[in-house]
Write a protein that binds this ligand. Structure first.
Ligand code: 1HE
Length: 264
């Protein structure tokens, strides 16, 4: 099979719409939310079907763990060509999420390992509760990351930390992981979802063009030479500030009705 199109398994991924945000949940807790082809296809479909009212998404896992990574039971039957296309199918779906329409906040707890960390690193913000642990057990299984991890994880923590995790099986507990950039927020056990929802609701209040410029512009500017980055930045700034919504927000601040930056 050159380009397998996996069947979706809609029961493995649920979506709940709450006003301007949607909550997407991995629902295979008995298998620690391990990602098989059906789950990955369903995830892609859930994101493709988000209603226009959705301005930000929270992604979470049911049960005691966020995600145990690739479903290893599917790996044993794949030949090299199938493995290549399988990896590319993850790239396609996760890239559509990363460069999609709305920012994604991951609510992490328990295992965030292998492909689970690749999924988390696709999201724009990560909130980890204190039960979270980060690992890349691919090294010990004789395999390699295949869901975009070698591109995205070094951007969070640096290539040499990822190298250490894969060479030695090093596991980062929540606080240490947050300290090196695996996630931006650390919260007490059981509070990741509530914090992620709070952040997503805040994000949903932004002007859509600002969120778009951040999601689509920042990562690309980071990979451009400075001279190109400055031009991309100038174009995004020009487009964002020209939107009527931006004018109204700036006017509101100048009138004394818009929010101030709060520092306590
Ligand atoms: C699985 C998987 C899985 C659990 N594929 N079935 N990922 C890993 O190497 C991580 C493998 N999993 C674990 O290390 C542990 O399961 C956990 C630390 C995540 C959780 O431990 P625990 O004690 O809560 O659960 P458990 O008893 O190990 O697992 C419960 C069930 O889930 C059990 O099945 P059961 O039928 O015996 O009940 C496990 O076999 C099953 N299970 N994790 C398949 N991953 C795009 S490339 C990405 C490459 C990778 O992600 S490689 C890393 C894979």
């Amino acid at each position: 099979m050159q380009n397998p199109q996996a069947e979706t398994n809609p029961g493995d991924v649920s979506v709940e719409h709450r006003g301007a945000i949607s909550i997407v949940r991995l629902c295979r807790p008995k298998k620690r939310n391990a990602i098989n082809d059906g789950l990955m296809a369903s995830l892609g479909q859930r994101f493709a079907e988000l209603p226009s009212e959705t301005k930000a998404v929270v992604i979470a896992g049911e049960g005691d763990h966020f995600c145990a990574g690739l479903d290893l039971s599917e790996l044993k039957d794949r030949d090299a060509v199938e493995g290549l296309h399988h990896s590319r199918s993850w790239h396609k779906i996760l890239t559509e999420m990363e460069f999609g329409r709305v920012p994604i906040v991951a609510a992490l707890h328990g295992a965030v390992v292998g492909g689970g960390l690749e999924l988390a690193s696709t999201c724009h913000i990560r909130v980890a509760d204190e039960t979270t642990f980060f690992a890349l057990p691919e090294g010990s299984r004789g395999i390699f990351v295949g869901g975009g991890g070698s591109v995205r994880i070094p951007k969070l923590v640096g290539a040499h930390r990822m190298l250490d995790m894969m060479l030695t099986g090093r596991v980062y507990k929540a606080a240490e992981g947050v300290g090196i950039g695996m996630a931006q927020y650390l919260v007490p056990p059981g509070e990741a979802l509530a914090k992620a929802i709070e952040l997503a609701e805040r994000i949903a209040e932004n002007a859509p063009m600002t969120n778009y410029a951040l999601m689509h512009g920042l990562p690309r500017i980071a990979e451009q030479p400075a001279d190109h980055g400055f031009l991309t930045e100038a174009m995004l700034a020009a487009i964002a500030q020209s939107a009527p919504e931006a004018k109204a927000r700036v006017r509101a601040f100048l009138d004394g009705t818009g929010p101030k930056v709060k520092f306590k």
